[in-house]
Design a protein around this ligand. Structure first.
Ligand code: ADP
Length: 427
């Protein structure tokens, strides 16, 4: 039996009852008028009132019968369907066979705020793929899966599953469709980022490789006998080979750190000797650039960390300050204790240069892989575009964070925040 037949059956007794009342009223009022107990006009008016009341009651009854049994049961309250749908963590909407919302949970309300119980789902979710999937689930009685995207206000991707459900095991056709949603946006973004990353890494490697092949051809051909040109080309080739090696080194470091991202380092290390070692190692570069590095530090600053990764982190920050902040002639490195927003003690290490600084529009993207303010300058300085991405990943693994302060013409401060290691309780 279809839902339409079912409604017709439920409406039939209502109609019969109304007509019985009208016929009975006609007989009574006619009798009263005939016996003279009631004036003819009064009898007619009385009959009209009773007949109108019966017709109105019939109409109301028919409207109530038109509401699906599922919806009616649900609106009466106490329906376990509500409790089940509300308890699910993903967006879920239960629909009757006409596509009207019977029950929905909070995540579904967040997904489509226009959804209303008792109203067609298509008023709030207007994707044709979705509507078709609901129809198919109803007519075929089989689960339907669709992916769709929204463009406004942001690009988002979803997977929706329309599952037909029979609430009574012996029912011939499903009386409900359960619509569940999964947000595919983070997954898509990761896929896009991975594709971008591979494209960027290949491009970065292809450029020095093309330069190397070009010079090899020149040395084998036109410059074969030219000693001066050979020396010059070999120096350029060496630089390109170094650039490729640096890039591969950074890529390997990134993937190693990512692999270990879930394992927080647990060895207590003092940040101060680490920073001093990094600064000593970069003195030659500092001299070449005419920059002096000043260190101001407390006595000891213990954190739980991976020594090699922390060396890498400070190398990147101090080297960047020397490369991009050189015109300021000075770099300040400060290490001190601070307090995090949650009240916990933290180690704060800042690297400040007095160079040209960074425009605000670049700041949020600096830690993205291969993002550079000026690609040409970064390459000229031997940069790979991966340094700050490495810094960010190392800090994530150490449960720390990076903050950047800068304004054009006023230099830049890169500040590292790491939780202070609590002394182990004595046994
Ligand atoms: P790179 O290998 O290019 O140095 P990084 O990830 O270390 O890559 O830095 C990304 C970009 O951020 C750099 O190319 C540069 O444009 C900018 N940058 C980093 N540090 C500084 C700084 N101290 N002053 C100005 N710009 C900086």
């Amino acid at each position: 039996m279809s839902l339409v037949d079912d409604r017709a059956l439920r409406a039939r007794p209502l109609r019969r009852g109304a007509w019985l009342v009208i016929v009975a009223a006609a007989l009574v009022f006619a009798g009263l008028a005939a016996t003279g107990a009631l004036a003819g006009s009064y009898a007619l008016a009385g009959f009209a009132i009773v007949a109108a009341a019966a017709l109105v009651a019939m109409r109301i009854g028919q409207t109530a019968a038109r509401i699906s049994p599922v919806l009616a049961a649900s609106e009466r309250g106490g329906d376990p369907l509500h409790a089940i749908v509300s308890g699910l963590p993903d967006p879920v909407i239960a629909l009757d066979r006409d596509g009207r919302v019977v029950a929905l949970n909070e995540p579904a309300r967040v997904l489509a705020p226009a959804l209303r119980q008792g109203e067609p789902v298509t008023l709030a979710l207007r994707m044709p793929e979705l509507t078709e999937a609901i129809d198919r689930a109803c007519t075929r009685g089989e689960q339907q899966r669709v992916e769709y995207s929204e463009r406004v206000p942001l690009d988002r991707w979803f997977e929706a599953v329309a599952m037909p459900v029979k609430r009574t095991p012996d029912a011939r056709s499903p009386d409900l469709v359960l619509l569940t949603f999964r947000d595919l946006t983070p997954l898509r973004r990761v896929e896009e980022m991975r594709a971008d990353f591979v494209a960027n890494a290949s491009h970065e490697l292809r450029t020095p490789l093309a330069a190397l092949s070009g010079f090899i051809e020149t040395l084998q051909g036109p410059a074969r006998e030219d000693v001066k040109a050979r020396e010059r080309f070999l120096a350029i080739m060496q630089e390109q080979a170094r650039r490729m090696a640096r890039l591969i080194d950074d890529l390997l470091s990134l993937s190693r750190i990512e692999l270990n991202a879930h394992r927080r380092p647990d060895a207590p290390v003092d940040l101060i000797p680490i920073v001093r070692q990094v600064v000593d190692g970069l003195q030659t570069l500092a001299r070449d650039r005419g920059v002096t590095i000043e260190i101001a530090a407390d006595d000891a600053l213990m954190v739980l960390g991976d020594r090699d990764e922390l060396v890498r982190l400070f190398e990147n920050l101090v080297e960047n300050a020397l490369k991009y902040g050189a015109p300021g002639k000075r770099v300040d490195v400060k290490l001190s204790r601070g307090t995090a927003a949650n009240g916990q003690a933290e180690a704060v290490a800042s690297v400040r240069d007095y160079g040209p600084g960074i425009a605000p529009e670049h700041m949020p993207r600096l830690t993205e892989r291969f993002y550079r303010v000026d690609v040409r300058e970064s390459r000229a300085q031997g940069g790979t575009g991966l340094g700050l991405a490495l810094v960010k990943h190392i800090l994530n693994r150490h449960r720390g964070r990076l903050s950047i302060e800068s304004a054009p013409g006023e230099g830049a401060t890169f500040r590292v925040h790491l939780p202070i290691a609590m002394p182990r309780p004595s046994p």
